[in-house]
Design a protein around this ligand. Structure first.
Ligand SMILES: NC(=O)C1=CN([C@@H]2O[C@H](COP(=O)(O)OP(=O)(O)OC[C@H]3O[C@@H](n4cnc5c(N)ncnc54)[C@H](O)[C@@H]3O)[C@@H](O)[C@H]2O)C=CC1
Ligand SMILES: CCCCC/C=C\C=C\C(=O)C/C=C\C/C=C\CCCC(=O)O
Length: 143
């Protein structure tokens, strides 16, 4: 945000943080990973409503993909126990089967949509094989 800001020579812009569906919906296999992703989601939403971002015309959004076919995913799907807790690969495989697996092209297309649509700010973009791309907020009730 410092370098995008007008007072430091920037022209504003769009920051897209990469979290995960695991930061929104609980799963029993990766609690610490899920906690870090929940933190990324909340940090993004807080900075998106900051004066610093508004003043400098900076948009911030966060992507929450479900499974994506990458080296990390393949390592986990192949049974690398360092990626999950519990050691029950049959249960992990059933979970993957239920959720489905996105291609990296699917995720890239979603990223381009956030970057190019200037109305998107402070939003969570869920990306999943079965539901497609869905934008939302998480605000439950204003205080
Ligand atoms: N693959 C999946 O199913 C999902 C992945 N994500 C998130 O997407 C992001 C990317 O994940 P994957 O591509 O699956 O992981 P990956 O492990 O396949 O690829 C990560 C890449 O980041 C590079 N990298 C690691 N540390 C770096 C650093 N300090 N500086 C620069 N590059 C660095 C690695 O060399 C590697 O090329 C992660 O934040 C992950 O949590 C989110 C949802 C689903
Ligand atoms: C099973 C966790 C593995 C952790 C490390 C490997 C890959 C991580 C990929 C992710 O970011 C996980 C993405 C999606 C799965 C998590 C939650 C989806 C919940 C959806 C639902 O319950 O309907």
């Amino acid at each position: 945000m410092y370098y995008l800001s007008v007072e430091h020579g920037g022209r504003g812009g769009c920051i897209v943080n990469v979290a995960s569906m695991a930061g929104l919906n609980p799963n029993p296999f990766s609690p610490v990973y899920g906690c870090t992703k929940a933190g990324i989601i909340h940090a993004t939403r807080c900075y998106a409503v900051s004066e610093a971002a508004k003043k400098s015309n900076i948009r911030l959004n966060v992507m929450c993909p479900a499974f994506v076919d990458t080296p990390m995913f393949r390592q986990m799907a192949a049974g690398d126990a360092s990626q999950t807790i519990g050691g029950d690969q049959t249960a992990v495989n059933a979970f993957i089967e239920r959720i489905g697996v996105l291609s990296t092209e699917d995720v890239s297309a979603a990223l381009i949509d956030i970057l190019t649509d200037e109305t998107r700010n402070g939003l969570i973009l869920r990306c999943a094989k079965k539901t497609g791309n869905v934008y939302s907020t998480l605000t439950v009730q204003d205080v």
